[in-house]
Structure formats: C-alpha cells, structure tokens
Unconditional design. Structure first.
Length: 212
C-alpha cells in the first residue's frame, strides 16, 4: 500500500445542479446521457488536480521557456460495464490520450454479490494512474471486485469515481481498499431492502441506454 485513500464529495454548484436534474423521473434518456457526460467532465477536472507534473522546455512564438506538463504514463480509465461506459466520453474530453480498459460485472439478484464475465485492461496499466468508474456505489461489491482484478496486475495508483454513493458502499470500499481515493458527486442517505440507493436516481444503466 503506497498511500492512504481519501473520500471526496464534490460540492460544486454545477455538479449539484446537474445531478439533481439526473435524479428526476422526467429526465429523458438523451438528457440523462448529456448530463452524465457534463458531470463527469466537471468531476474529472477536480479529481485530476494532484496529478504529478514535470518541467519541460518548449519554444513559444516569442521565446524558449520551461513550463509544466503531466509526468509519467498518463491515465487509464476502466469503466465497470455497462453503466460505467457513460463515464468514458466525459473523461476523454479532458484526457484524450487516456487508455480505456473494461471490466464486466453483474450483481446476483439474490446475493447482491458481483459476478465477473469480462476483463480487458491496457497492457501497461501498472504504469498508469487508474480511474475505475461506475455511476453508483451501493453495496460496494462491484467496485471492490473490479479493483481486486486490477490490483492483480500490480497496479498501485487506483481511484474510484461515481455519481451517487451510499454510506454502506463507501464504508465497504474503504475497508477493502484503504489505499484507493473515492470521488463522489453526491452522497445519499442509505440502501433500501433491495440494495438500491435512496433517494438515488434509479438504475443508471437503464436510464443511460433506455432499457428496462
């Protein structure tokens, strides 16, 4: 373990406003997708604040000078399928050279435990700052399992980003992976008897893709 993970709940007015719009039942699939992209872009701006920089010498039209650029092998984005895909474009808007992996998990309706069905990650992922992304952090099971798979590839710098989180999911993820930073647009009240976040926004995958 190389660091102590922290929990960041964003209080930016634009993020709060757009998440509220996403929660409403009257929000269409098109609007939900657009809002998801906008919120994720705003979150990415904040979540990448501490990326390491290095000095580089460049030449402007006026003179040579030393300026700052990102150091290291940049970033990998790993959405948890399928709803996590709604995060990718918003992040790539700001980080177009990021590599993208995919982890496929589904939650067993009886046990609420994650089941893996797909995992494909960039070959050099261990050199990158990794952002695992999923709209909802409910029980924490899917996030924990996805990060387990990534750590098997000797990755040390891992972050988790979500729109909505329940206290139970935050606690579970912190306990399982205390070295992972958690970035949240909104922290909700609790999980109901079906392990859905309250007040939440419903099934994020269904709302992103118009399915039931």
């Amino acid at each position: 373990m190389n660091r102590e993970g922290k929990v960041y709940v964003f209080d930016h007015p634009l993020i709060q406003h757009k998440v509220t719009l996403m929660r409403q039942t009257s929000t269409t699939t098109k609007e939900f997708r657009e809002l998801a992209r906008e919120v994720v872009t705003l979150m990415t701006f904040e979540a990448t604040r501490d990326l390491p920089l290095k000095d580089v010498e460049i030449e402007t039209p006026i003179t040579k000078c030393t300026m700052k650029m990102l150091a290291g092998e940049d970033i990998a984005i790993v959405p948890i399928l399928r709803a996590g895909l709604g995060f990718v474009d918003g992040m790539l808007d700001l980080i177009p050279n990021a590599k993208v992996g995919h982890i496929g998990l589904y939650r067993d309706p009886e046990t609420h435990e994650p089941v893996e069905y797909y995992c494909k990650l960039p070959a050099d992922i261990e050199k990158r700052e990794v952002f695992v992304v999923d709209p909802m952090l409910a029980t924490g099971g899917s996030a924990i399992a996805a990060i387990d798979f990534i750590k098997m590839r000797h990755v040390e710098n891992i972050n988790f980003m979500c729109l909505i989180a329940a206290p139970e999911g935050i606690e579970a993820l912190q306990k399982a992976h205390p070295d992972v930073n958690i970035y949240i647009a909104a922290k909700d009240d609790h999980l109901n008897e079906h392990a859905y976040i309250v007040p939440g926004l419903g099934d994020a995958g269904d709302r992103l893709y118009g399915t039931k």
